[in-house]
Design a protein. Structure first.
Length: 302
């Protein structure tokens, strides 16, 4: 693929995403941009800035903090919010954090249900938001592939893949009743490789964990976990120092790294271009139970 063609293709994706952002601002009364701190969120933030330049983004950003995110992610989030002058809302499910909710005791599914899904639904309800913009892409995972760009959710926040509106010729139906909500995915037609090409082209800041370097890790249940305050070695485990990076970021407890030497954007692009497995293969939460991701989405997960 020639450089000129790639730039033209990125321009097309960018244009579509900016159009979607502007449609949301025009059609909904109180939208919010979900900010997970990952690479897709970083691209979404840049697209939102471009969509409304020279004005500011006309809606807040919302981060759901489980309290188990990588320390580097929280530091990055706070630095970006200050640098870019972002109106950032941070929401935590204090009730269940007070109950010491932890996957080692409750399991990953229940932990995710209360600290992510319920926290998100509560934050959207408390804020009175009628549209939540997220960074999910259709090629990430099978249930993601069923999503519309404007994904309708009932007043309970539930997703029914059989109860969605048609989207023909980029015409989006934003009509909802009070209490209902639409999740919006401007990156639906992007791929992981597109994201990395755009990050390189736009010189977008990202969390350093995406770049390979020697890090202390433990191997557990088929995952390479960062040896940090959340992942202390258990009996029979040993801490190794290995060159690793993360393709996707979430909670430290369930986000696995990959062994890699890709320490630059060019090397990451080359590595992703040759990859044969999804980036989410190292997210333990996707495989806790059969159909785990689709079940979570039906419960209100983004």
């Amino acid at each position: 693929m020639s450089s000129g063609y790639k730039i033209s293709y990125l321009d097309s994706l960018e244009s579509e995403s900016i159009y979607i952002f502007r449609e949301v601002a025009a059609e909904f009364e109180n939208p919010v941009l979900l900010y997970s701190i990952g690479k897709d969120s970083s691209v979404l933030l840049r697209l939102a800035q471009k969509a409304f330049y020279p004005g500011k983004i006309p809606f807040p950003l919302l981060h759901i903090d489980t309290s188990y995110k990588f320390t580097q992610m929280i530091k990055f989030r706070d630095n970006i919010a200050q640098k870019e002058g972002i109106n950032l809302i941070v929401h935590r499910n204090e009730e269940y954090l007070g109950k010491k909710m932890h996957p080692s005791q409750y399991g990953l599914d229940k932990c995710c249900k209360f600290l992510k899904t319920q926290a998100l639904l509560d934050a959207l309800s408390e804020g009175g938001f009628d549209a939540a913009i997220g960074g999910a892409r259709r090629e990430e995972e099978r249930s993601r592939a069923k999503e519309r760009i404007f994904s309708f959710r009932c007043r309970f926040g539930a997703w029914d893949p059989k109860n969605q509106r048609p989207e023909l010729w980029n015409l989006f139906n934003a009509k909802i009743n009070p209490g209902e909500l639409v999740r919006v995915f401007p990156l639906s037609n992007w791929t992981e490789l597109d994201i990395w090409h755009y990050i390189k082209r736009e010189k977008i800041d990202i969390v350093p964990l995406y770049f390979a370097k020697k890090r202390k890790i433990v191997r557990r249940n088929g995952l390479i976990l960062l040896a940090d305050q959340f992942n202390k070695p258990k009996e029979g485990e040993k801490v190794e120092e290995v060159s690793v990076r993360f393709r996707t970021l979430g909670c430290s407890l369930c986000s696995g790294a990959i062994e890699s030497k890709a320490g630059s954007l060019d090397q990451i692009i080359e590595e992703v271009g040759a990859a044969v497995k999804s980036e989410r293969e190292n997210r333990a939460i996707d495989y806790e139970t059969e159909g785990s991701m689709e079940t979570k989405k039906k419960e209100g997960y983004f």
